[in-house]
Structure formats: structure tokens, C-alpha cells
Write a protein that binds this ligand. Structure first.
Ligand code: G3P
Length: 216
């Protein structure tokens, strides 16, 4: 399973990249706003800065919601760097835009996916990635991981190449469950990736080894 980091914070991207396990980056308008990125040029420059750190795909989301504007915006984003993936919302015009980009070999990530029907449509349109939001489903008392399992089954049935990019990942158990249920990618905050490192028996065992090493 690939690990993407879900942030627009350059320090977090750098830290995950240095760890040596990072396969890509996803952003969204909320994450960009959180970093104080404002205005057309600043947005484009920030995506370029992310591409200069990450060696994998970088999802950059369109801000418009009508077909023509999404095509214009996505085309501009895709020209920034060969590893830019145009992130497009799961709406009717969005599906048309995904088809447009897929016919031109421009990578897409269909975002805000909450049902297997939506994921089926995204795959039919030729999306490179589909982003089911696991945590937000959990927030409304619906098991987000069931959706990952359902999409995996549907994509396997018909050999769809669209990659399941599990999003809205909040904690390490989400990452482990994504791996068990066949997500191709989990996009996570840095905290969730680093939390995978922790186990009290590792800490205890290491402390013992360090103490015993002094006796050697
Ligand atoms: O990738 C989508 C993600 O950023 C949403 O996460 O925690 O706001 O539901 P969250």
C-alpha cells in the first residue's frame, strides 16, 4: 500500500519524505487555506514547492465546479509539473471533466466520494485515483472501512485500474484497516504515519538493550 501525506504543510511533507516511506501528497482547499496560501500565483507556487519536495504524485484540487472552468483550471494545474494530479469533486460536471482529462492522459483524483456508486462512476470515467472519505463516514455513524471493502470488490470484479486512495484518515488503525482491506493508497496526516512507529514493548525492549549494552 502506498503512503501519501494529506497536507499542504511543507515541513510535514519534508519530514515524511525524509522518513523514506512517502509515495505522494494530497491537498485540498481547506488544507491550503490552513497554511495561509492565498491568491492564484501563491497557490500555483505552493504546488510547485510541494512537487520539489515530494518524489510522488501531488493532488491539486480545482476550485471551480462547472465543466468549462474545471477543464481550464485543471489544464493549468497539470502544466505545473508532470507529477501533478488534478483533483476533481464527485459531481456531474466533475465526472465529465475526469473523462476529458483521462482521454488526454492527465492524471485525476476524484474526491468527496462517500458511496460505492460514486466510486463506480469515477472508475468508468477513467479516474486515476478515487478518494473515499473514511473518517467523515465514521463521523456520521457509518463504517468508512465498509466502503473501502465494497469499492475493492467492485474494482476487482471488473479489473478497473483506478486506485483506491483512502482519505480522511485520522489515526493509525485507519491505516492498518486500509492495508487489510486492499486500499491502494492511504493519505494520512503526519501524526498518523508517525503513530505507526509506537509500541510500549519496543520502548521497553530498547531500554533493556541499551542498559545491557553497557555491560558488554
Ligand atoms: O483527504 C481528505 C481529507 O483531507 C479530509 O480529512 O479529516 O477533514 O475529514 P478530514
Amino acid at each position: 500500500m502506498k503512503f501519501f501525506i494529506d497536507t499542504a504543510n511543507l515541513h510535514h511533507i519534508q519530514e515524511a519524505q525524509h522518513l523514506g516511506v512517502l509515495d505522494g501528497v494530497t491537498t485540498n482547499p481547506s488544507l491550503m487555506a490552513k497554511e495561509g496560501i492565498k491568491g492564484h500565483d501563491a497557490i500555483l507556487n505552493h504546488y510547485k514547492a510541494i512537487c520539489n519536495i515530494s518524489t510522488g504524485d501531488v493532488s491539486a484540487e480545482v476550485l471551480s465546479t462547472d465543466y468549462e472552468s474545471m477543464i481550464q483550471e485543471g489544464t493549468e494545474l497539470s502544466k505545473l509539473h508532470p507529477r501533478i494530479v488534478v483533483k476533481i469533486p464527485m459531481i456531474q460536471d466533475g465526472i465529465r471533466a475526469i473523462r476529458y482529462f483521462s482521454e488526454r492522459q492527465i492524471k485525476t483524483n476524484c474526491t468527496l466520494v462517500f458511496s460505492s456508486g460514486q466510486a463506480l462512476l469515477a472508475a468508468k470515467a477513467g479516474a486515476t485515483y478515487v478518494s473515499p472519505f473514511v473518517g467523515r463516514l465514521d463521523d456520521v455513524s457509518t463504517n468508512g472501512m465498509d466502503l473501502i471493502r465494497d469499492i475493492r470488490l467492485i474494482y476487482n470484479n471488473f479489473h478497473f485500474k483506478t486506485q483506491i486512495l483512502a482519505a480522511s484518515i485520522r489515526h493509525p488503525m485507519h491505516i492498518i484497516d486500509c492495508a487489510k482491506n486492499g486500499a491502494d493508497v492511504a493519505t494520512c496526516p503526519l501524526s498518523a504515519i508517525l503513530a505507526l512507529l509506537n509500541h510500549p514493548l519496543t520502548d521497553k525492549g530498547l531500554a533493556q538493550f541499551i542498559a545491557d549494552a553497557k555491560k558488554m
